[in-house]
Design a protein around this ligand. Structure first.
Ligand SMILES: [Zn+2]
Length: 307
């Protein structure tokens, strides 16, 4: 069983859901983020958040995957301050909904004063509702941005074990682990953090508080990054226990602090019924035969090897 705790399924297809389930992914977390096209109205945030707790959760269930999300104002759109103010008013209505396991993904993009202001405001919100925080670290000036993100969390009195620092690399991992935060790594195909490098990180730092994800979205990305990295780790002699922690257990332990995500969710309830509808919409098209009953994989981690 695997968990991908950072994937933007809104941008992905049903083929992806099928392949993910076959590869052993039982649960996913979809953080709220930007959509490529900048939003101009608060209503499009509202509908987007609604789809994360509604339609997308249903769509995942139709393929035997448990869907959770984090809700937040992303750093890039925090720079549109007039709109950001309105989004902040919306957030309390969504963070306490079923299946919301954190406030995220929030943090810094260009590290502007507006980003700083809304990051801090959302940390206060997370504290108020006692939810974990999923922090997006900047791709430019990453090391400084990562350290600032952690310092700001501490300044707001948030415990490090309630914060998942995302998009780490070799330059940031030690600082994050030393400070007691969760360190998540995004495995992008043919670029910066590839799965070869992830194997080396786990060999060097072990599996404590380290989490693997795909961050697959509308860009060039791979929704099978977690299973592929798990396979490569096993192939390179990393113990099955370390693979289980980095590709499953640590995601559950960190986001499980929300009280919204339990292993029993997928151990007991992944039967699929594609005859079901959401707001009168089905994932099936004319003449297709609905899948009804148990779906899944043939067995344990080793039998799910994908390349
Ligand atoms: Zn993301």
């Amino acid at each position: 069983m695997l968990i991908d705790p950072h994937i933007h399924m809104t941008s992905r297809t049903t083929d992806d859901y099928e392949r993910m389930r076959q590869a052993g992914i039982v649960a996913i977390i979809e953080p709220a983020f930007w959509l490529g096209q900048p939003r101009t109205e608060v209503g499009s945030f509202k509908d987007y958040f609604s789809s994360l707790v509604g339609w997308e959760r249903f769509r995942a269930s139709q393929f035997g995957i448990k869907h959770y999300c984090t809700i937040g104002l992303n750093s890039k759109e925090a720079n549109n301050e007039a709109l950001a103010e309105q989004v902040m008013e919306l957030l309390p209505l969504f963070v306490c909904k079923e299946g919301v396991v954190g406030v995220g993904e929030i943090g810094y993009d260009d590290q502007t004063p507006a980003e700083d202001r809304y990051f801090r405001a959302q940390l206060e919100l997370a504290k108020e509702v006692n939810l974990p925080v999923q922090v997006h670290t900047p791709h430019r000036d990453k090391k400084a941005g990562t350290i600032t993100s952690m310092e700001v969390c501490l300044e707001h009195g948030i415990a490090p074990d309630m914060v998942v620092i995302d998009h780490n690399n070799e330059e940031t991992v030690k600082d994050v682990l030393d400070r007691g935060f969760w360190a998540a790594f995004t495995i992008y195909p043919n670029s910066k953090m590839g799965n070869e490098r992830m194997v080396e990180i786990v060999k060097k730092y072990g599996s404590e508080r380290i989490i693997v994800n795909s961050s697959a979205d509308w860009g060039v990305s791979d929704p099978l990054s977690v299973p592929k990295t798990a396979s490569l780790m096993l192939e390179r002699g990393i113990s099955i226990e370390d693979v289980r922690k980095t590709c499953y257990q640590n995601a559950l332990d960190s986001f499980g602090k929300s009280g919204q995500m339990h292993e029993s969710d997928w151990l007991e309830g992944t039967d699929v019924d594609q005859r079901e509808k959401f707001s009168d919409n089905s994932v099936l098209r004319g003449g297709q035969t609905p899948v009804v009953g148990a779906v899944g994989t043939s067995g344990g981690l080793e039998s799910n090897i994908v390349r």
